[in-house]
Write a protein that binds this ligand. Structure first.
Ligand code: F6R
Length: 262
């Protein structure tokens, strides 16, 4: 795992977008795992700009979103599919049949999750998995005590996660569905590369637990410590409680791999 600290949330988002763009340019048929949420908005806005102004094309990419609420129609303003369509997919050149989403209205949710895992395998696996972190330490909707080898499945959401998503439901946390489908921690760990982005002081405590604390199902993001290629991009506010800040900064300034991004 490596941690890159940027001065502001915007700069963290821009760096994350550059890492994704670099992946897509060097492998135009990349399979991207995508996340939703506030942290991601500036990343998708920057990728959209790069598509418009710098010729970045997603035409040969496939995408798999991490999670979706159960029971919402795809055009519901709170559905992650709708959020992704409005904020990203409708602004870039990715073909509709390359966009993969869990269907939270499927009659058989277990079969839906198995089919999603099969579709990921059929595409050859995920090259780059973009992740945010919940205040309870979740990645995807893998809430505390999710098995660290879990696969795509149904999950009950914590009240904290429902509150965090209330902004998509007119500010009413009770309106946020109590259950969701999510890729499992084990599914996420199979991606060839993980890119976790966290910004803002409200993420500082849980980020330090995930990066520098013990690997525990209580903080599912801590499982990323097991991943052979995980990059964590944060702003100063989210980095506040990290013990290894000086070392992380040295790595970013000195490792040749990061030279094109400095
Ligand atoms: C959503 C997802 C979640 C979010 C996390 C952070 O697809 O995967 O794990 O990334 O809840 O959300 P924000 O960015 O809104 O704080």
């Amino acid at each position: 795992m490596e941690v890159i600290i940027q001065p502001t949330a915007d700069e963290a988002a821009h760096l994350a977008a550059r890492v994704i763009a670099h992946e897509v340019r060097s492998r135009p048929n990349s399979v991207l795992g995508l996340a939703t949420g506030r942290t991601m908005e500036a990343i998708y806005a920057r990728l959209t700009e790069m598509h418009r102004n710098e010729g970045l094309s997603f035409a040969r990419c496939h995408t798999f979103n991490l999670d979706e609420f159960i029971g919402l129609p795809p055009d519901h303003p709170g559905s992650y599919r709708k959020v992704m369509t409005d904020r990203f997919f409708s602004h870039v050149d990715i073909p509709a049949d390359h966009i993969h989403f869990l269907n939270g209205q499927a009659a058989d949710l277990t079969a839906e999750c198995e089919a999603y895992e099969a579709a990921i395998r059929l595409c050859g696996g995920i090259h780059l998995q973009l992740l945010g972190i919940g205040r309870d330490g979740h990645i995807g909707f893998n809430e505390p005590l999710s098995a660290l080898q879990s696969r795509t499945r149904e999950k009950a959401l914590t009240p904290a996660t429902r509150r965090q998503n209330a902004f998509l439901f007119g500010g009413r946390w009770e309106a946020v569905p109590a259950r969701a489908l999510t890729m499992g921690v084990g599914t996420i760990l199979e991606s060839r590369r993980c890119l976790l982005v966290a910004t803002g002081e409200e993420k500082a405590y849980i980020l330090a637990q995930a990066v520098e604390g013990p690997i525990t199902a209580w903080v599912t993001a801590s499982a990323l410590q097991l991943h052979p290629r995980c990059t964590v991009i944060v702003d100063e506010a989210a980095a506040e409680q990290l013990r290894g800040k000086d070392y992380y900064r040295w790595i970013f300034e000195n490792e040749p791999e990061w030279a094109p991004f400095r």
